[in-house]
Write a protein that binds this ligand. Structure first.
Ligand SMILES: C[S@@+](CC[C@H](N)C(=O)[O-])C[C@H]1O[C@@H](n2cnc3c(N)ncnc32)[C@H](O)[C@@H]1O
Length: 150
């Protein structure tokens, strides 16, 4: 990130969010597979960002039940049939609230997203927007749903 910021200052302007508007973010990551937790922790350590990321090991429903406080942004990218119950659990616990942005990956038709999309669009808590995309590294159609908590 430092290299990107230096490039944008010294070589060519870039339209990324930049260091002033995007400082001090802390990421909380939930992962069920311990090997993946260890790999991710090692990668983030090499990037020098260990103090910016918490790695929580366990099934999302169990870990979410231990968290407190409202998050600015939630990124859903685990088992697709867990998006809806996990989001509802976050609502119950106040982890999402006014202003929280919920981004759900893989909500293209291929992933049978109707239950999640039906909920997030009709429950009355969110303003929700569908963005077409491609499944990573392929040409297959996919989408993300971006839902802003009212
Ligand atoms: C698609 S990958 C995430 C990729 C990641 N967002 C990225 O861009 O590198 C999904 C991950 O969710 C984890 N996962 C699946 N079900 C889970 C659950 N119930 N609780 C926690 N993690 C889960 C899997 O082990 C896998 O590592």
């Amino acid at each position: 990130m430092r290299t990107i910021d230096r490039f944008a200052r010294e070589v060519r302007w870039l339209m990324n969010v930049g260091p002033d508007k995007g400082p001090q973010a802390h990421v909380t990551s939930i992962e069920i597979n311990e090997d993946f937790v260890n790999s991710a922790r090692a990668n983030v350590g090499v990037a020098g960002l260990s103090d910016r990321v918490s790695f929580l090991h366990g099934p999302s429903s169990e870990v979410l039940a231990t968290l407190e406080g409202q998050y600015d942004m939630v990124f859903l990218d685990h088992w697709k049939d867990l998006y809806k119950p996990d989001l509802q659990l976050m609502e119950e616990r106040g982890l999402v609230g006014p202003g929280t942005i919920v981004v759900a990956d893989n909500v293209g038709e291929l992933f049978n997203p109707d239950e999640y999309l039906g909920y997030v669009r009709a429950c009355g808590l969110y303003d929700s927007e569908h963005r077409s995309a491609r499944i990573e590294y392929t040409n297959h159609a996919d989408a993300v749903e971006i839902s802003v908590h009212r």
